[in-house]
Write a protein that binds this ligand. Structure first.
Ligand code: ZN
Length: 283
């Protein structure tokens, strides 16, 4: 599933490709992708004549800001967008077509068919599902060390599932949680409230660094993710722990373990991320 850096990359690419274009007609070939409105013909009707002003990101969601509406799109496992000349033949698994007035199409493809689209009158998308209860944006100014502390410090759940919970912090999925916890030297099963003030700060910085580094190179292409122009991200070559089961840790040489934490496959170096800490009394 694309996480924050991949969706951010798609957003930036889509802004270059389709911002300013006006929708002539929309064709929905797979109704289940459209979650709102429930009437697919209404979805197609409302989008006619709308101009794409900009594309924004909230967590792992794309927000297409139109003249009067906002289209909220989640790529889930394999969803992707591409720009094509309107006369070009459809590729397999193309489910939604946005025909523009300039003779091009934005096409949504999704092999797994798990992606979703919600259409709202502008502004309503912020007070309704799926965006209404999302947590802090980790690359925004609002994500201060103090805000992070308030979300995390007193919780009695394990740190990994807590970081995956989009109600606290958005956009971090399995890859970037494993990378951030490794970088911070924190075992994924540590109880959040057991983290010291210093550890919280190191983790806070690790999350920001991991996400920023990935955005800079266009995200990771661990499964089949590609951005809107069919290019792949390069961060998978910089992954320190994710997907490296049984390989040697770059930091200490120990063998990287793969286990399950909170129902998710999890990569750990037990030397760099010890579960039991011997804490000094004055710490
Ligand atoms: Zn190590």
């Amino acid at each position: 599933m694309p996480e924050l850096p991949e969706v951010e990359t798609v957003k930036r690419t889509l802004n270059v490709l389709v911002a300013g274009k006006t929708i002539k007609e929309v064709e929905v070939l797979l109704p289940r992708i459209i979650q709102k409105p429930s009437d697919i013909r209404m979805f197609e009707f409302l989008l006619q004549g709308q101009t794409i002003q900009t594309i924004e990101r909230r967590g792992k969601f794309l927000r297409f800001v139109l003249s009067d509406y906002v289209l909220v799109s989640h790529l889930r496992m394999e969803g992707r967008y591409g720009l094509y000349p309107s006369e070009e033949a459809l590729e397999l698994h193309t489910h939604v077509l946005f025909h523009f007035t300039d003779g091009t199409d934005l096409r949504y493809k999704d092999v797994r068919q798990f992606g979703t689209m919600h259409l709202f009158p502008k502004g309503e998308e912020l007070v309704q599902p799926p965006l209404h209860k999302l947590g802090l944006e980790p690359l925004d100014d609002e994500f201060t060390l103090e805000a992070f502390r308030q979300q995390i410090a007193k919780r009695t759940t394990k740190i990994k599932p807590l970081l995956l919970n989009q109600a606290y912090i958005v956009g971090i999925g399995n890859i970037y949680v494993d990378e951030s916890l490794f970088l911070a030297g924190i075992h994924p099963e540590r109880e959040a409230s057991s983290l010291t003030s210093k550890e919280l700060q190191v983790l806070y910085e690790a999350i920001i660094q991991t996400l920023r580094d990935s955005v800079e190179v266009g995200g990771s292409s661990v499964k089949s993710y590609v951005n809107g122009q069919g290019e792949i991200g390069m961060f998978q070559h910089q992954l320190r722990i994710y997907g490296r089961k049984a390989e040697a840790c770059y930091a200490c040489g120990s063998e990287i373990q793969k286990t399950v934490v909170g129902g998710r496959g999890t990569h750990i170096c037990l030397t760099c991320q010890p579960l039991k800490r011997t804490r000094k009394k004055n710490q």
